[in-house]
Structure formats: C-alpha cells, structure tokens
Write a protein that binds this ligand. Structure first.
Ligand code: SAM
Length: 205
C-alpha cells in the first residue's frame, strides 16, 4: 500500500514533467545574455529517469544504505525513489533545494506519497544547508548545479566510510567531467560508469 502511494505520485509527476523541454527552453532563453541561474529553471523538473530511479532503489537495498544525502531536490522525483529504497532499509534522507517554491512543491509531493516522515528537506544553498553535516553518509546523490559537485564532495568527504557510494548524475556534462577527473586523480576512489556515462558511481578503493 505504502509503495503504491509513491508509485502513483511518481506517475503524476512524470506525466507533468513531459513538458519539461519547453520549460527548459524558457529557462535557457533567459540566460542568453548572462550565465544560467537555478532560478531560470524554477518550473522545470530536470529529473532523473525512471530507470535511474529504479536503479537507485536497488542500489540502496543491495547496500543496505540508511543515511542518504541528496543535493538538488527539485520537485522531489529522485527523492521519492530514495524514499522507496530507505523504506526497505529503515533509513532516512536529507535533501536540499535552493529554490523555495520548488522545495515547497516537493514537500507537498512527499506528503502525497506518504513519505514526509522519511525526508528532511533543507531549503537554501547546499554549501550552507549541509555545512554542518557531521554524520556518516551511506549514499550521496549529486544532482544539483555541477559547479558545486567538487566543493560539496570535498566538504562532505570526512563523512564517507569504506562502503559509501557517491552517485553522480549528469556525469557526462563538461563541469562534471572536470570534477570526476580531479576525484580520479586522488587515487583513493573507484569510478564506475552507468547509463551510458550519464551516471558515475564513486566508491572508496
Ligand atoms: C537537476 S535538478 C534536481 C532533480 C532531482 N534530483 C530529480 O531527479 O527529481 C537540480 C536542482 O538543484 C537545485 N540547486 C541548484 N543549485 C543549488 C544549490 N546551491 N543548493 C541547493 N540546490 C541547488 C536547482 O534549483 C534544481 O532544482
């Protein structure tokens, strides 16, 4: 029953996100004369795919991940998959979103899906909202603005343990590639490509 609510909410959100291309174009048009800003995409989901979501659920269950941190909530699609995963492991999620209107919509979606007790959402810049995070992380999902992947990864690094997984979405983007190059040069991490390079999983050697 509980997972049916998640599935139903996800189905509605994916249906609505079908217009994302237009929303993204609208956002991109605003940034013709200046750098893109997250607020340009305040109406766009920019979500992970259903296959990625199902893969995340499996990843969480297989690794018995309990302490999940997510950078980039948007309207909460990825968070709902994370919630489905932690429902099987007894874990919980901290997720963070810069745009308040998106975070508020995400909270409504968590309530509709019956998972708001599993999710703590922090509204604001992830570098601040996660600045005081000193709890062990089992899975970190990086899916916010790519220029923050490196500083955020480094800021949270002391919370990684031997089995921590860092899930990097949009790994094929230019800024993500620069981040992954730096991580691979550290010689302390394994990088595994998934979904044709869209995703990279980082684990400790
Ligand atoms: C690709 S979307 C996230 C999609 C979501 N993970 C999903 O799959 O449903 C990236 C989100 O990161 C948010 N974001 C960008 N910069 C941020 C920051 N500094 N702190 C927190 N969130 C940020 C954006 O507003 C945007 O909603």
């Amino acid at each position: 029953m509980q997972n049916i609510l998640i599935e139903t909410t996800l189905a509605l959100l994916y249906k609505d996100s079908k217009n994302d291309y237009l929303r993204m174009m609208k956002g991109a048009a605003k940034s013709i004369f200046r750098p893109m800003q997250p607020s340009d995409f305040k109406d766009a989901y920019l979500s992970i795919s259903k296959d990625q979501g199902r893969g995340l659920v499996d990843l969480i269950k297989t690794n018995d991940s309990k302490n999940i941190v997510e950078f980039g909530t948007s309207f909460g699609i990825s968070t709902l998959f994370l919630a489905q995963g932690v429902r099987g492991t007894g874990g919980s999620i901290i997720t963070t979103e810069l745009i308040e209107s998106k975070a508020k919509k995400a909270i409504e979606n968590f309530k509709s899906a019956g998972v708001n007790d599993l999710v703590e959402i922090r509204i604001g810049d992830a570098m601040e909202t996660l600045g005081n995070h000193h709890t062990s992380i089992d899975l970190l999902l990086l899916d916010g603005w790519k220029d923050l992947y490196l500083p955020l990864f480094q800021m949270l690094e002391s919370n990684y343990h031997a089995n921590t997984i860092i899930y990097v979405d949009n790994a094929d983007m230019k800024e993500s590639q620069a981040f992954l190059k730096i991580v691979s040069q550290k010689n302390r991490y394994n990088l595994e490509s998934k979904f044709g390079g869209k995703v990279v999983l980082i684990t400790k050697k």
